[in-house]
Design a protein around this ligand. Structure first.
Ligand SMILES: O=C(O)CCC(=O)C(=O)O
Ligand SMILES: [Fe+2]
Length: 291
């Protein structure tokens, strides 16, 4: 059993034990007693190899992840009840290929409301990266309004980012700034890919900060009266927004290649309004000139 394939909370348990200097044999024994298969010892060995040295394990990437380039670890939940700090996160849907998980109860209602109020005064028309020249263009492909928050910009954002990091087993430093989007009635985000095309000149600059994007987490901040689903046209899948839920998907298939099945968009809001918060995750730490 590979360490990278374990549930995030089990990974965390093993990392914490390694960090605390626990003997591998004692850890394996405890895991076997808890009902894990003997192959769990392999995962423990990998964790020691990756995190056994000095430094804070939470801030380093497991080697398996770092080596695998664009491939995001397959997130395979074993339970639909994952306690992460203040929330009991539920798993409502899990798809292996592409890897896509719908989480319930990821954010509390008051966190959703607070994120909306925080961004209201800062909303500006959304832009898309022009793949030819790297400029951030306005366009009818995206008719929402957005606001952006630097990592850990305030305690609320930091708490949410830390929760995401623990849930997905990924350092918060790999996250881009949190983006809040507001769609009014009729507004939409046409189907697109969240990853960058390395061969397009305009994407080279964005790739220089932390490499390729590997996954997206869309958090729904309100209930939409009608429409506004996140749609995956190639999968014939529609996810209707529900306050507090989170939709995670990663873009690499089993061979580590970018998966074009992850084409997705926000369909037009039919009635009411739609608010989401998006966290994109990179291959490596996301750093900008300000860092
Ligand atoms: O509005 C949606 O549901 C999709 C948003 C999206 O694709 C994104 O933020 O990258
Ligand atoms: Fe997207």
């Amino acid at each position: 059993m590979e360490f990278a394939e374990l549930q995030p909370d089990l990974q965390q348990w093993i990392r914490d034990a390694v960090k605390a200097g626990q003997q591998p044999s004692v850890m394996v024994e405890a895991l076997l007693r808890a009902g894990y298969q003997p192959s769990i010892s392999r995962a423990v060995k990998q964790c020691i190899a990756d995190f056994g040295g000095s430094g804070d394990p939470d801030c380093r990437l497991p080697r398996a992840q770092a080596d695998s380039g664009q491939r995001f670890r397959l997130f395979e939940p074993q339970t639909n009840n994952i306690p992460v700090d203040t929330q009991r996160v539920e798993v409502l849907l899990s798809l292996r290929s592409p890897n896509l998980i719908l989480f319930g109860n990821l954010l509390s209602a008051s966190e959703c409301n607070a994120l909306i109020e925080l961004s209201r005064p800062q909303l500006k028309p959304s832009r898309v990266v022009n793949s030819d020249n790297g400029a951030f263009d306005l366009g009818e492909a995206r008719t929402s309004y957005g606001a952006c928050f630097q990592r850990a910009e305030c305690p609320l954002i930091a708490a949410i980012e830390n929760r995401i990091a623990r849930l997905l087993g990924v350092s918060a430093r790999r996250g881009e700034p949190l983006q809040i989007l507001h769609y009014e009635r009729g507004a939409q985000y046409r189907p697109h890919y969240d990853f960058f095309s390395p061969e397009r000149a305009g994407h080279r600059e964005v790739l220089s900060h932390g490499g390729q994007r590997v996954g997206t987490l869309i958090m729904y901040l309100n209930d939409v009266v009608a429409g506004g689903a996140t749609v995956f046209p190639k999968l014939a899948l529609e996810i209707l927004p529900k306050k507090g839920c989170g939709l995670f998907f990663s873009y690499a298939n089993e061979r580590g290649e970018l998966d074009y099945q992850t084409l997705h968009g926000g369909s037009p809001v039919g009635e009411g309004e739609k608010w989401i918060a998006t966290k994109w995750l990179r291959q490596a730490d996301y750093v900008t000139e300000e860092d």
